[in-house]
Design a protein around this ligand. Structure first.
Ligand code: SF4
Length: 487
């Protein structure tokens, strides 16, 4: 049978990216003898062509995937499809997985896929094609007149090597943002993360798979990963760098060492990856550098040890973070830091701690987002219990908060978000001087910034500084682009 997929990614900024989730689904379906086709909404205006695409593609099942941010948009699309066509709809992805009850309450989708979807979707398509009973497929919740049949979970796909490589043609990789704009090949060598940060979906997913905790973190074999990279690099000669999107490749150091040995011999392209601070050590990074590691992305998330430990369940010290970045920089590896502002109980001075820590670690590139409580996570439960959830959802975690903060706190968050990079550079400059000089300047500037925001003058100051900021921003952008290109 033919399965149409709808994938929306423009809300995250820069649509047109490759997505492993549905690319794996497509390859598994094709392996089972089905056909797949994608309607990729890279810009809002693309959605107007959905009707004509459906007319031409004529799928027998229409599959949606959604994160929490994108879900309201996906709902609108599903409603518009159902209005004109009698076609079964299925939804999967992280939102449907973490809050299937909420999704079912809307009765829009005929099937809701909970958890990893390769096995369940293939089984569903086989059954639909053969007109067989679909009511008891594990991981699939099936709409009935009385509600939904909530089928149990199947174990996780333990051996990832048994999956075919993700289907890049289906996602038109040759014209993707990754290849055309960034000249990069993106790969996933593993699934899952063994840490339990309170804002991240990993601990919520572990709860879902509580019957098979030992297999939650899975790595493909090194040979399997290398074979895919070789094949993709050969097929898309424009690839100049390799990006590993895995949560943390250092979770299995022995495996990582083997990967580096073969990668250096057989691939030898510059690469980048994510890593958790506690797992970074000089010897491993030095081998990674020799194999081609150019950019290391590390989650700082917050500059206050107290907030990290008590609220985010991240037990690393500031010293560990500083040492990890120093190790990377000492070996000539560039770094990207991930950061979040807008947590409950976070004061303005705490937000500045995050900027200060970024200045201390001298990271070349910063990603800063606003805290978004994802349903199913511990931090979501905390803010929900405190009655802090305001808006139902927001398109992007780079634009605003859904928490019921005072307008003053919202302006503080916005101020930090807009000025994170310039404040980081300023602190980096100040830190060259002894504490006796930079400490009073820090606390003086904290007081002045707080006052500016209080008096609603921050926009005036930003407007006056705008010409300078523009020059600064373009320099930072150029530097960042160069960094990725050279990576
Ligand atoms: S280390 Fe990263 S991927 Fe792992 S649980 Fe924490 S935030 Fe999630």
């Amino acid at each position: 049978m033919k399965v149409g997929f709808i994938y929306v990614d423009f809300l995250k900024g820069g649509g047109g990216k490759f997505y492993h989730g549905i690319a794996y689904l497509s390859s598994v379906l094709k392996q089972s003898g089905h056909q797949t086709e994608l309607f990729h909404i890279k810009e809002n205006k693309d959605a107007v062509n959905l009707g004509s695409w459906l007319q031409r593609c004529k799928p027998s099942l229409l599959a949606f995937t959604a994160t929490t941010n994108i879900y309201p948009y996906i709902k609108e699309l599903a409603v518009s499809v159902k209005k004109d066509r009698d076609i079964p709809l299925i939804i999967g992805g992280i939102h449907a997985t973490l809050v299937p009850e909420q999704v079912c309450a809307e009765r829009l989708f005929d099937f809701v896929c909970v958890g990893e979807g390769e096995g369940p979707l293939a089984e569903l398509c086989d059954a639909l094609e053969k007109n067989q009973d679909v009511s008891s497929i594990r991981n699939i919740w099936v709409k009935t007149p009385a509600g939904y049949t909530k089928n149990s979970m199947r174990p996780l796909q333990e051996d990832l090597d048994t999956l075919p490589f993700p289907d890049r043609e289906f996602m038109d990789y040759a014209h993707s943002y990754d290849l055309l704009r960034m000249r990069r090949g993106v790969f996933m060598a593993s699934r899952g993360c063994s840490f339990d940060c309170s804002f991240c979906c990993n601990h919520a997913l572990k709860k879902l798979y509580k019957d098979c905790p030992e297999s939650y973190v899975r790595f493909r074999s090194v040979d399997n990963v290398i074979a895919e990279i070789k094949e993709v690099v050969k097929r898309y000669p424009g690839i100049e760098t390799i990006i590993f999107h895995d949560d943390c490749l250092l979770l299995k150091k022995k495996w990582f060492k083997q990967l580096l040995e073969i990668y250096a011999k057989d691939i030898a392209l510059p690469f980048s990856m994510n890593a958790r601070v506690e797992l970074i050590d000089r010897e491993t990074l030095a081998s990674a550098k020799s194999a081609g590691l150019r950019v290391l992305s590390v989650g700082i998330e917050h500059g206050s040890e107290n907030i990290r430990k008590k609220l985010l369940n991240r037990n690393m010290s500031n010293k560990q973070i500083i040492d990890a970045f120093e190790t990377a920089h000492g070996l000539g590896i560039k770094t990207i830091s991930y950061n979040i502002v807008g947590f409950p109980r976070e004061r303005f001075s705490d937000m500045l701690e995050t900027i200060k820590l970024n200045a201390r670690v001298k990271t070349e590139t910063i990603q800063i987002s606003i805290f978004y409580p994802y349903p199913g996570t511990k931090l979501y439960d905390i803010v929900k219990e405190k009655g802090l959830i305001g808006a139902e959802s927001l398109d992007s975690y780079f634009e605003g908060t859904i928490l019921k903060f005072s307008p003053f706190k919202k302006r503080q968050i916005k101020f930090i978000l807009d000025n994170f990079e310039s404040l980081k550079i300023t602190y980096q400059f100040l830190l060259k001087f002894p504490a006796i000089i930079h400490a009073p300047i820090f606390y003086g500037s904290l007081f002045s910034m707080w006052t500016l925001i209080f008096l609603r003058l921050e926009n005036l100051v930003i407007a006056l500084a705008r010409p300078l900021a523009r020059v600064f921003k373009s320099n930072v952008k150029k530097r960042r682009d160069r960094q990725f290109v050279n990576a």
